[in-house]
Design a protein around this ligand. Structure first.
Ligand code: GLC
Length: 722
């Protein structure tokens, strides 16, 4: 077996064709089966630093490469074995080249890497696949799919593709990103013996990340991207329905919120606002003066998000269709524009991966947004056609479907984002299909769930898994999409939804409405309580958004992310940490008034009553209550009660402190626009010693709060910052 440094820091190991290439970086390694990637293979990697030199040692039968904390051993048959800081991490069976490609459920996959499944191995991530948080013994196929039936754990493909997973064995973590947008297979030990991953096309090219779980997230997201800072209003409450289909209806829904004293930051317009489902149109009969409507709503602090599907209606005289045809922006089959079927009937699919097409789409987005629309909802972008999956020979500006499919939603989001971004505000998008890196452009929701308890339960691991896959701004349809939700289910769902970064209630016209006042007064009261808590928590959530920008850590975290040494916390599906200070344990079972809460070691305080917990406990959780606990010593930044207008920054900051010792890094800016990029923000470091809270500016580029009040064990005291 040979080893050769083919370029500075690039090591080829093996014999001729049977070689692999290794590159070492700080905390991660890249392994690939060829020196350079085919240019047709999209990669979300933003920029790679120069690889580091490694020390090479030839041992009997194997080659050993060491670079700082990482040691790689490569056996005769290209079996790989990595250690980080002396601890064994990933080790594989011999590398299987494409010529030995294997067939799986009728599909032939290429290069394959397999590794033993060991006792205590846990696997997390891979996007929002249904099922438990730990994917051990499950298989996932990354192929964006609009799966219209119930999302249950045996479903291998849903709307998004995140070929990234995190492995945990006791306190040893490693992460793996398979940098390949074709169909990829991840088997986490279905046969209980070995795991494997493989891609249909493009060879093997993957990154292994080492270190503690937060370092892995930081490195993975610094390579593949993090969301820009969201506008503050986007963290407020969103109400949606398929569809609020007239000006009158929209106004009456907003009035419903006002009359019931329910905060509302955004209303979503589903497909029926359009004229015959033609993108970039607004039905004049149903919305005679949309500009006036949108500006009236804006003066009430309500933003408007409108849906755009990729399918462009095939209709002579429709400008978007005619331009797209003339400028050849649509996907083709055998050189002829491909016609599928979506809401408008016969429809064509723009090739968003083509720069010209993206610009053209973007111009339409800009004029559309200028009518008073704050954000865009990108849907059906797997892409979905009612005639079935787009045939394999469909080409997107020369890119075959096999390589364009999984990134279609990502490219649609990018084209839309770039256009909105050029308008100077922080863009807001929500997309159903996504790929690694889509977080740079958009939030996501988990698609068409159902109004069933199973899907409320599922929402927790789905949202956490998305966060672990590098997609932190997530939500599920609160109340459930398909099916008639019940008062109890909706109440429990909002108890979870208030912690989702994207908080949106959505359902279709063919099921019962889900605005809270359409149920009983008790539902409205409980819903209001949840919404009020959400708006009080806004400063904390905004801090989490800032923390995500700087460190790549999700809002909703598995318990093991904060407490990696407690093995018993590795598989908890119905509890999570919201940031590092709050533990949330929503009730996700029908007819239950109690909840078993697993408390990590240490002291925990009921957020509302201050009751102390030091071990796993069954807590009272009647309908309408929100089981929420604060970590000892934490400081939770809150808005004042009733502060619903998220378009202006709050004058008063409340710091709710809990007994113990802790710190908080608090971020504040105008909540919109790009001023923060020029230093127009404040960063304050607060310390807490048993309720004595002090603050110092780490950065002082924005106006001061008029008042900062510390709340501790029922007392309120004003403080000022040094
Ligand atoms: C899709 C979306 C859903 C939307 C509907 C109509 O099913 O997932 O959210 O309401 O299309 O646009």
């Amino acid at each position: 077996m040979d080893i050769q440094e083919v370029e500075r820091g690039v090591y080829r190991v093996g014999k001729g064709e049977e070689s692999i290439f290794l590159r070492f970086y700080e905390g991660y390694v890249r392994v690939s089966s060829s020196l350079s990637r085919p240019s047709s293979l999209y990669s979300p990697i933003i920029a790679l630093p120069s690889p580091k030199e490694a020390k090479v040692k030839n041992e009997r039968g194997s080659i050993c490469l060491t670079s700082e904390d990482i040691e790689a051993k490569i056996g005769e048959d290209l079996a790989l074995s990595f250690s980080f800081q002396g601890k064994k991490t990933f080790s594989s069976f011999p590398f299987q080249r494409k010529k030995e490609g294997f067939s799986h459920n009728g599909e032939v996959y290429g290069d394959e890497v397999s590794f033993p499944l060991r006792d205590g191995d846990h696997f997390y991530g891979v996007g929002d696949h249904a099922g438990p948080l730990d994917k051990r013994n499950y298989e996932v196929i990354n192929w964006n799919t609009d799966y219209v039936y119930a999302h249950v754990e045996v479903v291998k493909s849903l709307y998004k593709s995140f070929p990234f997973f995190l492995s945990k064995n006791l306190d040893v973590f490693w992460g793996l990103f398979l940098d390949n947008p074709s169909k990829t297979l991840f088997n986490f030990g279905v046969d209980c013996e070995k795991c494997l991953f493989s891609s249909k096309e493009g060879g093997m090219d993957f990154y292994l990340f080492f270190g503690d779980v937060k370092t892995i997230m930081k490195n993975y997201t610094s390579l593949t991207g993090r969301p820009p800072l969201p506008a503050r209003w986007t963290l407020g409450y969103h109400q949606s329905r398929w569809s609020y289909d007239s000006e009158e209806k929209v106004r009456s829904i907003v009035k419903g919120f006002i009359d019931n004293d329910l905060p509302l930051s955004c209303i979503h317009l589903d497909i029926d606002y359009m004229d015959s489902f033609k993108v970039f149109t607004i039905d004049k009969k149903k919305f005679p003066n949309p500009e006036k409507l949108f500006s009236d709503l804006s003066s009430l602090g309500v933003h408007v998000v409108a849906i755009l599907d990729p399918g462009v209606k095939k209709e002579e005289g429709y400008d978007v269709y005619e331009e797209g045809m003339k400028e050849r922006h649509f996907a083709t089959e055998n050189g002829v524009p491909y016609v599928g079927k979506v809401w408008p009937g016969e429809s064509l699919f723009p090739s968003f991966n083509d720069e010209g097409c993206a610009k053209w789409w973007g111009e339409h987005v800009k004029s559309f947004a200028k009518r008073g629309i704050s954000g865009i909802w990108c849907d059906m972008n797997e892409p979905t056609s009612f005639t079935g999956e787009l045939p394999g020979d469909v080409s997107f500006a020369g890119l075959p479907s096999s390589l364009a499919h999984n990134i279609y939603g990502d490219k649609m989001a990018k084209a839309t984002y770039d256009a909105l971004d050029s308008l100077g505000k922080r863009p807001f998008l929500i997309t159903r299909a996504a790929y690694v890196g889509t977080c740079r452009y958009s939030t996501v929701w988990t698609g068409d769930n159902q109004s069933i308890w199973d899907h409320l339960r599922l929402a927790i691991p789905q949202e956490i898994s998305l966060g672990l896959s590098g997609m932190p701004l997530v939500g599920t349809d609160i109340g459930g999409f398909c099916g008639d939700t019940t008062p109890e289910l909706l109440t429990r769902w909002i108890g979870l939804g208030l912690f989702s970064p994207l908080m949106r209630n959505h359902c279709p016209f063919y099921n019962r409405p889900q605005e809270p006042w359409t149920f009983t007064p008790k539902v409205t009261d409980d819903y209001r309580k949840a919404l009020r808590l959400r708006y009080r928590l806004l400063p904390y959530l905004y801090d989490l958004a800032f923390g995500n920008v700087t460190a790549g850590l999700p809002f909703m975290r598995p318990l093991f992310m904060e407490f990696p040494r407690e093995e018993r916390l590795s598989t908890i599906n119905d509890e999570f940490m919201e940031g590092e200070s709050l533990l949330v344990s929503p009730v996700v079972e029908a007819g239950t008034e109690k909840k078993l809460v697993f408390f990590p070691k240490g002291k925990w305080y009921d957020f509302f009553s201050g009751k102390l917990y030091e071990e796993d406990s069954i807590v009272e959780a009647p309908l309408g209550s929100i089981p929420l606990f604060a970590r000892e010593g934490s400081i939770i930044p809150l808005a004042e009660e009733g502060e619903y207008d998220l378009d202006k920054s709050p004058d008063v900051l409340i710091l709710k402190a809990f007994l113990g010792q802790g710190t908080l890094t608090h971020y504040e800016d105008e909540g919109e626009g790009k001023g923060y990029e020029n230093g127009e923000y404040n960063l304050i470091r607060f310390t807490n010693l048993n309720g004595k809270v002090e603050g110092t500016y780490l950065h002082h580029g924005y106006r001061d709060y008029k008042k900062i009040i510390v709340e501790f064990e029922g007392d309120r005291k004003e403080i000022s910052i040094k």
